[in-house]
Design a protein around this ligand. Structure first.
Ligand code: PGA
Length: 254
């Protein structure tokens, strides 16, 4: 499967910083062996879609969002709908990132509805799942990620083959503590089996890893049989690091 490397800029960036980062990425990327996405703050969609339209060198950098409303339209102050994302050429959208689950109290069911809205608008949801440190230490990792994914399967039925899953152990996000390739692979295999049981087409669902992925550890993670790419936070803000991770997507599966 072609790998997917998605940058999650979180609440970082400025018009000037974005331009410098995108210029460096476009200059260094060539024809990437993987799909490349940058999930940017909503106010920058127009900047990035304009840059992509103006210069084919940026065409390989797809535009992603970090969240989407579970509602279609109407009196939901502060929300951004899937149709609005679509108008700006957004191709991918994170849903259920642990920072949204934690700081904005997003339930498994709300995340499932967000995935449904994205799919209905022709946007690929990148569904984030992952356990906290306490849940891992209590031996509940598989149960937690299976519960989170089950809600999305339940709401989306056969459309599940159109999603991307991101396994992001909460204890590894922004902490510099990466799951070992073996730890990550073990959870990816659990998620793969769950997807396969839900849909005959599920083999084409990329399952990407996120949590302190960087230029140094990407090759070992991306070499695992069920790790189909990366969701990269901090390292996606540094062009050299993100380019190095993209280059490592050539790694063959172990
Ligand atoms: P990190 O973030 O790479 O900085 O750990 C990953 C994410 O939150 O998506």
């Amino acid at each position: 499967m072609r790998k997917l490397i998605a940058g999650n800029w979180k609440m970082n960036g400025s018009l000037a910083a974005n331009e410098a980062l995108l210029d460096a990425l476009a200059a260094g990327m060539g024809q990437p062996a993987c799909d490349v996405v940058v999930c940017v703050p909503a106010p920058y969609f127009s900047q990035i879609s304009a840059v992509r339209r103006a210069n084919t060198a940026y065409a390989a950098i797809h535009l992603g969002a970090q969240d989407v409303s579970e509602h279609e339209q109407g009196a939901f102050t502060g929300e951004v709908s899937a149709a609005m994302l679509r108008e700006f050429g957004v191709r991918y959208c994170l849903v259920g990132h642990s920072e949204r689950r934690q700081y904005h109290a997003e339930s498994d069911e709300a995340v499932a509805r967000k995935a449904q809205r994205a799919l209905a608008a022709g946007i690929t949801p990148i569904v984030c799942v992952g356990e906290s440190l306490a849940e891992r230490e209590a031996g509940h990792t598989n149960e937690v990620v299976r519960r989170q994914l089950a809600a999305v399967i339940h709401t989306n039925g056969h459309c599940i083959s159109e999603i991307v899953v991101a396994y992001e152990p909460v204890w590894a996000i922004g902490t510099g503590k990466t799951a070992s390739p073996e730890q990550a692979q073990a959870v990816h295999a659990v998620l793969r089996a769950q997807l396969q049981a839900a849909s005959a087409q599920a083999n084409r669902v990329p399952i990407v890893y996120g949590g302190s992925m960087n230029a140094g550890n990407a090759a070992a993670l991306l070499g695992q049989a069920d790790i189909d790419g990366g969701l990269v936070g901090g390292a996606s803000l540094k062009a050299a690091d993100f380019l190095s991770i993209i280059a490592n997507s050539r790694t063959e599966c172990a």
